[in-house]
Design a protein around this ligand. Structure first.
Ligand code: ZN
Length: 177
């Protein structure tokens, strides 16, 4: 069996590639060029679901929020923060096939944590972990409804939230009506 990846290996890769680094513009430089990002993507933390790859993104173009399952509920505070800074115009929600969030259950995660720290049970019971208990398409719809139904999200932005399912095998990005 191949040795598992280590932090040391990652740091070696970094050191080996540092000469290829291109300077990244500061906020001031991006603002002066009128290129502040205005599109946010909410997607899964899964390492196989990379908008940078399937949307061929360049550095600085799009703001990406990732969490298990690609939950807009979990991403909401970050979306609100970024919207207050750069004024978002679009939010794209992307779930993906073979998502681990369709397998794990929030209840089981809560139980595991509560066994370890029983004195924090009330706090843990209030946590959600993004499990998907419906079809991927219905989960996208539920996540879009959450954004569109939240009075915390600006109406103009909520109206422009769209959702997709990414197929990890054929690479297709299918819109969810
Ligand atoms: Zn996933």
């Amino acid at each position: 069996m191949a040795a598992s990846l280590t932090v040391q290996t990652l740091l070696e890769r970094h050191a080996n590639g540092i000469h290829q680094h291109q300077p990244i513009p500061t906020f001031a430089e991006i603002g002066a060029a009128g290129k502040l990002p205005h599109i946010a993507i909410v997607t899964c933390a899964d390492t196989r679901c990379n908008p940078e790859d399937f949307l061929h993104l360049n550095t600085g173009e799009v703001i990406i929020f990732r969490n298990p399952g690609g939950s807009t509920m979990s991403a909401l505070p970050g979306l609100l923060a970024i919207d207050s800074l750069v004024t978002l115009e679009d939010i794209i929600v992307v779930k993906h096939t073979d998502c681990g969030a369709t397998i794990f259950r929030d209840d089981a995660i809560r139980d595991t944590i509560k066994q370890r720290v029983p004195n924090r049970a009330v706090e843990v019971d209030a946590m959600t972990f993004g499990n998907i208990t419906t079809s991927l398409e219905d989960s996208v719809r539920e996540n879009l409804r959450f954004l569109k139904g939240s009075d915390l999200v600006r109406k103009e932005l909520a109206d422009r939230c769209v959702g997709f399912v990414f197929d990890i095998k054929n690479g297709a990005l299918t819109p969810v009506e």
